[in-house]
Design a protein around this ligand. Structure first.
Ligand code: HEM
Ligand SMILES: *[C@@H]1O[C@H](CO)[C@@H](O)[C@H](O)[C@H]1NC(C)=O
Ligand SMILES: *[C@@H]1O[C@H](CO)[C@@H](O)[C@H](O)[C@H]1NC(C)=O
Ligand SMILES: *[C@@H]1O[C@H](CO)[C@@H](O)[C@H](O)[C@H]1NC(C)=O
Ligand SMILES: *[C@@H]1O[C@H](CO)[C@@H](O)[C@H](O)[C@H]1NC(C)=O
Length: 338
């Protein structure tokens, strides 16, 4: 490539970046793209719908990405960055590796948006829209999402490992963790209701089936017939990537999850503990008996979680897996050096 062209391209992208960085102070609001990309929400909804016809579980997998993105330096798509020679990102984090999935669905949404409004819609906003759509399309509540986020310029595996909770966590630990994000006990229980859809691995429950808290015995909170079922799914020598349903209706977003907890049929320890502990149990009872209350509390929690922001500078990534400056380097690399 001619240097003059390289310089021009660099300057152009530098200016573009300045422009996006300047948008940092912008408040999140509904309809952020109503002028700049009026069909943005329709485009994302369509991609999620298509993904679900290929594989129903992708709704759950996509929805989970909002939690794992927003808890780590705010909702900034840091989760979506692939590793580079200089950076180990969040995807290899303890809670994410061999577990998070459906990143390709967000890639598809990004590609569809770049085709209609290039450089306009952030990956961080795509995560938020996609999570809402996944809930709606599995029978859950609908809500208006606030938009206008920027994408992070970096990611670190440690930031994920320092925050994301283990499936072994108990309710008092989770209450403390969520309170650090200004999320209440009610928010914690409602947001855990996301486990109304999707699956988890044997890996996540081996300890509670065979050695709860190092006792060498199973978690006594597991209902005996359900435990037999889990023992069969996850015998001691199982391939720990084998998965089981997180509740009895894993493709429908409903309050079955809370009914399951009340009968000792929670899949994860972090689920069942919400019924065991006195601070969280009243909300489990409330949501089990009244799906509307659950839906309202869930929406409130998702909006609060979606408001988490790091305040760091950002950009509108062209590709959700790569920061733009690196994309430029890749473009400018002379072919003979590759
Ligand atoms: C309260 C603390 C939480 C803990 C400890 C936790 C932990 C987990 C674990 C261990 C799994 C199974 C992963 C595997 O075995 O590979 C899982 C799955 C899932 N989590 Fe959570 N989670 C929590 C909260 C949330 C929240 C707040 C959301 C979203 C709002 C969420 C959404 C999901 C979904 C949808 C799945 C199923 C994903 C799939 O089928 O691919 N979780 N979670
Ligand atoms: C809950 O978990 C924390 C952290 O693992 C632990 O320190 C605490 O003792 C546990 N609380 C109860 C009541 O089991
Ligand atoms: C929680 O709320 C307090 C008081 O409004 C605020 O100062 C703090 O930044 C909030 N924390 C987070 C993580 O949003
Ligand atoms: C159970 O856990 C304890 C404490 O983590 C450990 O010392 C013990 O070896 C484990 N037992 C089995 C059978 O894995
Ligand atoms: C699960 O599968 C991945 C990828 O195929 C593999 O690297 C990993 O070791 C497996 N994990 C367990 C716990 O078996």
């Amino acid at each position: 490539m001619f240097p003059t062209f390289s310089v021009l391209l660099f300057s152009l992208l530098f200016l573009l970046n300045l422009a996006t960085n300047a948008a940092m102070g912008t408040e999140l609001r509904p309809g952020f793209y109503s002028q700049s990309c009026p069909d943005a929400e329709l485009v994302v909804r369509d991609v999620i719908k298509k993904a679900m016809t290929r594989e129903p579980r992708s709704a759950a997998s996509v929805m989970r990405l909002q939690f794992h993105d927003c808890f780590v330096n705010g909702c900034d798509a840091s989760l979506l960055l692939d590793d580079t020679p200089e950076m180990i990102g969040e995807k290899l984090g303890l809670s994410n590796i061999n577990s998070l999935r459906s990143f390709e669905v967000l890639d598809e949404a990004k590609a569809a948006l770049e085709a209609v409004c290039p450089g306009v819609v952030s990956c961080a906003d795509i995560v938020i829209m996609a999570a809402r759509d996944a809930v709606v399309l599995t029978g859950g509540p609908n809500w208006e999402v606030k938009l206008g986020r920027l994408d992070s310029l970096t990611a670190r595996i440690e930031d994920s490992d320092n925050i994301m909770p283990s499936p072994r966590a108990n309710a008092s630990y989770l209450i403390d963790l969520f309170s650090k994000f200004n999320l209440s006990v009610k928010d914690l229980v409602a947001l855990s209701g996301s486990h109304s859809i999707g699956k988890g691995r044997c890996f996540s429950i081996m300890f509670r089936l065979y050695n709860q808290s190092g006792t060498g015995r199973p978690d006594p909170a597991i209902e005996p017939r359900f435990r037999e079922k889990l023992d069969k799914l996850c015998p001691l020598n199982v391939d720990q990537n084998v998965t089981g349903d997180l509740d009895a209706t894993p493709e429908v977003f409903d309050n079955q999850y809370f009914k399951d907890l009340a009968s000792g049929r929670g899949f994860l320890n972090s689920d069942q503990t919400l019924y065991t502990f006195p601070q969280t149990r009243p909300y489990v009872m409330l949501f089990k008996d009244d799906q509307k209350l659950f839906f309202d509390a869930f929406v409130e929690g998702m909006i609060k979680m979606g408001d988490l922001q790091s305040g760091r500078p950002g950009e509108i990534r062209r590709n959700c897996r790569v920061v733009n400056s690196r994309l430029v380097n890749i473009l400018l690399e002379s072919p003979r050096n590759r």
